[in-house]
Design a binder for this molecule. Structure first.
Ligand SMILES: Cc1cc2nc3c(=O)[nH]c(=O)nc-3n(C[C@H](O)[C@H](O)[C@H](O)COP(=O)(O)OP(=O)(O)OC[C@H]3O[C@@H](n4cnc5c(N)ncnc54)[C@H](O)[C@@H]3O)c2cc1C
Length: 147
């Protein structure tokens, strides 16, 4: 007898709203997955292009080679785009792809852990990790999360 495929509704966490996070979110949406959250510790999207602001920051490959194939931008201002323009490209993309509603910003690792550790899934994962760990500091950390 052939097993009937079961529809899954997974909960997926993407850590970081840099280029990789945006691309993964886009592919997930395209594939019909909507139950995901993007956790970003910064105050905006773009990853390194959000964090780095030093004068003269630019792409070191031509801009058209640094954009997503699924989101071509024909009007880069420079052949080697500035960091600011690249970050704006990412921000606009998140708006265009309607990814904003999936994001959750947090400012500290503690805040993230607190949020994650409240879920039953997190507790089960901590318990499993506790069974497997051989490191005493890690064991103490996990015990704390489980209290
Ligand atoms: C100054 C600079 C210039 C660069 N220039 C180029 C270039 O010209 N061409 C090129 O190909 N590559 C360049 N790179 C490499 C660049 O890192 C990659 O091209 C690309 O931006 C990496 O994207 P990413 O999403 O993988 O990582 P990132 O851009 O680093 O994004 C990761 C995101 O995850 C978030 N994050 C991390 N940990 C956590 C956590 N625990 N919880 C929540 N959020 C978290 C971060 O805040 C960040 O927003 C450059 C890198 C730097 C630093």
């Amino acid at each position: 007898m052939t097993a009937t495929p079961q529809r899954r509704d997974p909960r997926i966490v993407i850590v970081g709203a840099g280029m990789a996070g945006i691309a993964v979110a886009h592919v997930l949406k395209q594939s019909g997955f909507n139950d995901f959250t993007i956790l970003e510790k910064g105050s905006d999207v773009g990853g390194v292009w959000h964090w780095n602001r030093y004068p003269g920051l630019r792409c070191d490959v031509p801009s058209y080679g640094y954009q997503f194939a699924f989101a071509p931008k024909p009007d880069w201002k420079h052949v080697w785009a500035t960091g600011d323009e690249i970050q704006r490209y990412h921000r606009d993309l998140v708006d265009t792809l309607n990814l904003d509603g999936y994001r959750y910003y947090h400012s500290t690792r503690g805040e993230l852990l607190n949020r994650l550790s409240r879920t039953d899934e997190a507790k089960a994962a901590y318990a499993k990790a506790l069974e497997l760990t051989e490191s005493e500091p890690e064991r103490q950390f996990l015990l704390q999360r489980l209290r």
